[in-house]
Design a protein around this ligand. Sequence first.
Ligand SMILES: [Zn+2]
Ligand SMILES: [Zn+2]
Length: 910
Amino acid sequence: MKNQRESQKANSDVSKSQSTQRRHQKLFFNKFIDSKIKESPYLQPQFISSLDKELYKGENLNQPLYRESKTTLLDSLFRHFVNFSSNNGMSKKALDMCLRNEKKVLPQPNCLPGSYKDAYKLLKPLLIKTTTYDACVNDCQLFRKTNASDYSMDVECGKCGEARYSDHSPSARKTYTYMPLGPRLVRIYGDDNICKLMFSRPDLSNGKLSDIADGNLYKSWFQRGGVFEDTEERCTVPLALFCDGLNPHKSMATQKSMWPLMLTWLNLPIPVRYILGPMMLVGIVPGTKTEEPKNLDPYLDVLVDELLELSTCTMYDAYKGAPTTVKVALLQYLCDVPAFSKVLHVSSQAALRGCPYCKEEGQYCKSLHKVVHLHNRPFLPIEHDLRNNENEFALKGKETSSKPVSFTKEEELEIRSRYDGLPNQNQKSILQKQTGLKGTYSFMRLPYHNRKEQMQPDGMHTIADVIGNVLGMVTGKDDNKKVRNGEEDFNRFKETWIKRDDEDAEPCSEVTRKRKNDNQSNANQKKQKLQTEISEELPKAPWKVDKPGLKVADTRAKNLVYPTGYDYLADSHFSKPWTLRTMHGKHQILAITGDSSDLTPRLLPKRQENTLRKLFSAIDMMTHESYDSDELEDIIRFTSEAMSLLERDFPIALQTITTHLMHHIPEGYADFGPLYGRWLFPFERINSWITRQALNKNKIEATIMETYAIYDWCVFMIMSGKIKQDDINIGKLEKLLLDEGIDEMKTSIGKKFFIPDTVLSHMSEIYDFCLLQRMTNEGKEVSCCTKLYGNTGREMKYSSVTKQRSSDTFVYAVKIGDDFVANQNCVNSLSDILFGNISKIFEHSWHGKSYTWLLVDIYDDVKFENGFWSTSEQFISQRPLLLQDVSAPQVVGKESNRLYFVSASVSLKE
Ligand SMILES: [Zn+2]
Ligand SMILES: [Zn+2]
């Protein structure tokens, strides 16, 4: 609620009078609300009733579980259903058994329901009601009544003629369970506690671009002509849709078959925004057996209909104590490429016109059997040097064309309508090929819909793909005959082409040996073929590290020190390419590119090495948590340059649509905020919750929705404070979702720490207005502590070096003026940054507040070379730093008596 706050700051008189006014309003409404609220027609009485306090008394839910028990029936139900619906998934049968046993063990008589069925019966009136629709097995339509049509009584599909019901049973062949949005919003606005929680957004941005709410797009919704024009921020519900295919049977290698539809409320505080609960599952589009749904539109239509209904609605607002107008709009789509294709009817990955953000056109490369996208240079500034390079790029000659643009909203509408009007599939395919667009789709019915403004490339998958592909090429895993022939097609890297005479030559001995062991299975033959391709003698290529080089890289990778609690271990990653975790690409690049001293062998030619460094620096820049607005221009330019160099120095095979999409990622930051807030990780976590609930093989989607409704209620009970249990609070909500529930708070080791005077004097500089004499020189030592990681709600663990084990935690701190700050992307001089290792963690009290301090051993001889920070292994001093001011624990490589801080994402201003 930044805008709201700013205006309050600027005009406190107005806000005072507003709050007085609100108090009057509240008094007025409180008097008459009880009598009037239920009859009032515009208050949507069915919503209000679901909130009715009477409901919680109805079945005597507040009675003690047995005589003199302090636990009520409601408490007990809640606890059982929390266990049932969270974590690893518990079957109804298991809960059934649990209840049966407990009922017997408890003092008699007791009112605990003795079975799942009885417990669910008590709970059901408290849950948000779901609606189940019958669907055509081919996904042409739902059998439901809308303003436009009525198929509710049909027994066969109006489009494909398939029967609605199965022959042998009266139930429909396919169903879709939808959990409406409206009642959930009413419940949120109607609860004082939840309102406070949801609308108290801490100001994270401090003037920087760190969230979607700091971006131009978000601001435009509230401006003149915007969808939320003249509406108070907290009375708006800007939503983002996330949708992706999911394979419920992890073990089976079947296709993704179900499609959960999830909505995120974009102006909630970030830690709350990405918890399932406030993040709302509206339905799961069912697949058919192992096939994914053919068409999502009929299912999305249900959501669109409700969104239209809710676009301006009235709800009871517990915070104001009065009915209020709430505006709801779906304004962002978070999907990966295949999902975008299904939801917004754009071409998918393999198409020539595969980019939904611009009119770039790929070309089919016969040797590679795939489409390649070669327009990197048009993204460069017009005066850029690389544009004049006539021979080394795939498309020869000077590059003079400017950056490709996209269709206008009007052009796009015209194409889509034309597509719908074409008489046959063949003609439609041709139009799609030319434009990358298909016909009209569900969300176009939303009056404020604007595809181009509301979708952005999925950064997580795009970046991971690009890194994975590059590493695959460098390690030789993906380098093969096709790749080399591709280069020949474009007349580049002549020395790497496969000599024609060799083609019929005998395969090398290694392969012959493998063939002898061949067994007849088909899968094995395929594997064999793959191995043949890899082990085939390819001429040396500048993009590939040779075998001795890979050994060196392996040793380096093995010597990296990862922080405690990191989910990745040092290993010989280069001889085991499947262990190369792509998101940690930058750490591995160090292993490949050699270090600053020229003693070690160069594993790649200098040119390729520089290009790789540039690429990983670009990726590093793209993944910062926040930006100053004047940084963006540079990042866009830097990215286009890195992508152009990648085309120049590495095989054309890497020029896939994902590589092209890299250009568009930083372009969206000014409007959408950093990639950080749009990571799909929270959604993937929720997908894993869904997978864990998929216990029932029959009607799997409907079963999950039933469990979800229970989960949703549990979250509501916690957030609203209706359940007051010491061990359950909003902080633990997140844990409901996670597999492990390890509590990572500070662990005290109870020792006192006497703070030396030199350290104390450093501390006094950081405390405000602090007199050294008045500070106590005693702190309480702790063995480890945690800190939230930026906007993600994820926790990082810090621990100090102990004698028993080598749990190094390497950190750095950036100084701006006299202060240390976290999240700085760039420093002016080497003296503005400190690198060190935590030797002690302690708590210190000052002015009644407790502070967590890290005593850090500071390393000598800081250098910044080739995009990497390094220091000597020598300590020069020890100094205290506040936990809040240091970086995340760092991955560090050790070589030639120097430490390489390979994960540090700060650069030195040139
Ligand atoms: Zn049909
Ligand atoms: Zn594009």
